[in-house]
Design a protein around this ligand. Structure first.
Ligand code: HEC
Length: 308
């Protein structure tokens, strides 16, 4: 019986490690691989995350968690329906989620073990934290869903101790040293949120290399355009992608997410796009910053994508 459970656990873990669940292909990952692809605001957010805002002290490593537990002092969420379910919760509105400590207490551990863990919750991963099922789809954060936006979460970290936030759900173990008064400006809070949104993995339905130059897609499939550069492109080489949308006469210039990783002996670049309209898109790829690849000496590449 135990062996069977172990195997179930192993196969779930293997699935979770697989590319389908954990593709690690967010814009942040692209940046780590190539040194390109984040805006200056997102880069400022990353710098604050690793420095002044102290986020990395808990949300560290590839998965943005150190797998420890902590109590941030998140207030109770008065909207939690559990407060008004007497069949399961005889304490009503005075019920407190005791987190890890509550679990250890229930499992029969000694008070010396469970007491310091009361009100502690596991540091969650921040990968895909910016994802939502739809633009207006409600989403909540923290163990009890108290926060309704990433802006609110970051504002709480910054001002918990300097603004009139409601009392913590469980006060005795609240972290008083790393969070609560970060001295971030509103623009700095905003850039941290912008950075968090770069941690969303992208679903790439179709990959297209530059030697194929027409493609038909069905909405709303995202696709990736990529190419290989031969020779030894200079480090400042830029790959620019201009997009002409269906029915439009002009190209919009868009190099921010087009990026490449120069290895010194050739480089690859990729560009991700999600068409939202039906019709034919034209992608026009040019190179700049290196004479070998500049538009003067290398022909621009055109890719047409028809969306049905
Ligand atoms: C002392 C450790 C610690 C530090 C420092 C820290 N966090 Fe957290 N973070 C946590 C814990 C623990 C939780 C879960 C709290 C809970 O549910 O009560 C959390 C939750 C979150 C969540 C909600 C995730 C979700 O899925 O609900 C976000 C977003 C977040 N942190 C971002 C940040 C950012 C941004 C910073 C820096 C400004 C930061 N964290 C600093 C420990 C930390």
């Amino acid at each position: 019986m135990n062996a069977a459970y172990d195997n179930i656990g192993r196969s779930i873990a293997a699935y979770e490690r697989s590319n389908e669940v954990s593709p690690y292909n967010s814009r942040y990952d692209t940046y780590v691989k190539s040194g390109h692809g984040l805006t200056s605001e997102e880069l400022q957010g990353l710098e604050l995350f690793n420095g002044k805002a102290k986020c990395v002290q808990c949300h560290s490593g590839k998965d943005f968690t150190d797998f420890t537990y902590d109590n941030l002092g998140v207030p109770k969420n008065p909207m939690n329906p559990f407060y008004s379910e007497p069949a399961f919760n005889s304490l009503g509105a005075s019920w407190v989620d005791q987190g890890l400590g509550g679990y250890l207490k229930g499992a029969g551990y000694d008070a010396s073990v469970y007491e310091p863990a009361l009100g502690m919750f596991k540091v969650p991963t921040l990968r895909n934290v910016g994802k939502q099922s739809g633009v207006n789809f409600p989403k909540a954060y923290g163990h009890n869903g108290y926060f309704k936006s990433l802006e609110e979460v970051v504002h709480f970290y910054n001002t918990r101790d300097t603004m009139p936030w409601p009392a913590p759900e469980y006060a005795a173990t609240v972290n008083q040293t790393q969070v609560g008064d970060l001295g971030l400006t509103p623009a700095e809070e905003k850039s941290i949120v912008a950075f968090l949104k770069t941690l969303s993995d992208e679903k790439i339905a179709t990959k297209l290399t530059m030697n194929v130059n027409t493609l038909t897609l069905k909405l709303p499939k995202p696709f990736e355009l990529s190419g290989l550069l031969t020779g030894a492109p200079a480090n400042g080489l830029l790959v620019n992608v201009m997009v002409k949308k269906p029915g439009k006469a002009y190209y919009s210039y868009s190099s921010a997410r087009g990026t490449y990783n120069a290895t010194g002996t050739g480089a690859s670049w990729w560009y991700r796009y999600t068409p939202k309209l039906k019709g034919t898109y034209t992608f026009y790829v040019t190179f700049a910053g290196d004479a070998t690849y500049s538009p003067a000496t290398s022909l621009p590449s055109i890719v047409k994508v028809t969306v049905k």
